[in-house]
Design a binder for this molecule. Structure first.
Ligand SMILES: [Zn+2]
Ligand SMILES: [Zn+2]
Ligand SMILES: [Zn+2]
Ligand SMILES: [Zn+2]
Ligand SMILES: [Zn+2]
Length: 293
C-alpha cells in the first residue's frame, strides 16, 4: 500500500501514483509498459492476474524492474506530514527521511510496557502514564516487603497483610508440629511394644535358669553328702588298719594266752567312748576272739 496522498504538501506528479492503490508509490517497481506500482500492490495483483492493471498488456513477475532513477529522486524529494499528525506531530519532511523521523517521533504510539495494560500512549506521555498506570507495581514504601499494583495501593494495609501471612505461617507450623508429634508417638509405641516383648522373653529365660540352678544345687548337695560319707568311711578304714597293725605288732612281741585274753581286761585308762575308740575296742575284741580260737 502506498502513502496517503492527503499527507503530501504541494503538487505530486501523476506518474508517482500507484496504478493499483492510487496512492503515492511505496517501494516502487515498474513494468515494461512503464506503468509503476507499489511492490506489495503489484505482487498481490499478479497472484490472480497476468497482465498490467492499467493497460492489460501481458505481465509476469519476472518482468518487474526498479523505477527510473529520475522518478526515484523525484519521489524521494516529495514533502509529506508525519504519520502521527493526528497525535499532534507537526513535522513535515522529505519522503526519504520520513521513516527515520517516525521511528523517533515523540508522538509515536506505543503500547504501555506494563504486562496486561491495554493502553496505547504517545512516546512523550509514556512516562506520565506509567506513574498512574493501574498495572504498575512497586515494592511497598512502608517496608512490609510486598509488591503492590497501583490500583491496589488504596486498600493496601501493611499490618493486615503481614498478619494474614503470619496466620498462614502459624497454621503451617501447627500442621508440621502435629505431624512430627504423631510420627514420634507411633515410633515410641512400637519401641515400647518391642521392649515389653523383650522383657517377657528375658523373664522366662531367668525363670528357666533359676530352675536349672536349683537342680544343680541339689545335685551338688547330694554329691557333697556322698563325698563326706565316703571320706568318713575311708578315715575309719585307715584307723582300723593302723590299730590292727599296732595290735599285730604288739601281739607279735607277746603272744596272747586264752586266760589272759579273757581275764585281763585292757589296762588302759577308761576314757570317753568315741567312735574311734569304740571301733578300736571292737577290733581288739575281734583280735582276741581270733587268738582264742
Ligand atoms: Zn499501491
Ligand atoms: Zn501498463
Ligand atoms: Zn512525528
Ligand atoms: Zn499502562
Ligand atoms: Zn506495605
Amino acid at each position: 500500500m502506498g502513502y496517503d496522498l492527503e499527507r503530501f504538501v504541494g503538487y505530486v506528479n501523476e506518474g508517482l501514483l500507484c496504478c493499483v492503490c492510487r496512492d503515492v508509490l511505496e517501494d516502487p517497481l515498474q513494468a515494461p509498459c512503464e506503468h509503476a506500482f507499489c511492490s506489495s500492490c503489484i505482487h498481490g495483483w499478479l497472484i490472480h492476474h497476468n497482465s498490467c492493471p492499467e493497460d492489460r498488456l501481458p505481465l509476469d513477475i519476472t518482468h518487474l524492474r526498479p523505477l527510473f532513477r529520475y522518478m526515484r529522486n523525484e519521489l524521494a524529494r516529495l514533502q509529506l506530514r508525519c504519520v502521527f499528525r493526528p497525535q499532534g506531530c507537526e513535522v513535515i519532511c522529505a519522503l526519504e527521511s520520513i521513516h527515520r523521523h517516525e521511528q523517533q517521533c515523540d508522538y509515536a504510539l506505543l503500547n504501555c510496557s506494563n504486562a496486561g495494560c491495554p493502553v496505547q500512549v504517545s512516546r512523550r506521555s509514556l512516562e506520565a502514564h506509567l506513574c498512574v498506570c493501574e498495572y504498575s507495581s512497586r515494592v511497598c514504601a512502608s517496608g512490609c516487603g510486598y509488591t503492590i499494583l497501583n490500583n491496589e495501593e488504596a486498600q493496601h494495609n501493611c499490618v493486615s497483610e503481614l498478619r494474614a501471612e503470619l496466620d498462614m505461617l502459624r497454621a503451617e507450623l501447627d500442621c508440621k508440629v502435629e505431624e512430627v508429634r504423631h510420627e514420634m508417638e507411633s515410633r515410641l509405641d512400637s519401641q515400647r511394644r518391642h521392649m515389653v516383648q523383650k522383657e517377657s522373653l528375658l523373664r522366662s529365660e531367668v525363670d528357666e535358669l533359676k530352675g536349672q540352678l536349683s537342680r544343680v544345687m541339689s545335685d551338688v548337695r547330694i554329691l557333697l553328702g556322698a563325698e563326706r560319707a565316703r571320706r568318713q568311711e575311708l578315715e575309719r578304714a585307715e584307723l582300723e588298719k593302723a590299730e590292727l597293725l599296732e595290735l599285730l605288732k604288739r601281739e607279735g612281741l607277746r603272744p596272747a594266752t586264752p586266760s589272759e585274753a579273757v581275764a585281763a581286761p585292757p589296762a588302759e585308762v577308761p576314757r570317753k567312748p568315741s567312735p574311734r575308740s569304740l571301733a578300736l575296742d571292737c577290733i581288739k575284741r575281734k583280735n582276741r576272739e581270733v587268738t582264742v580260737i
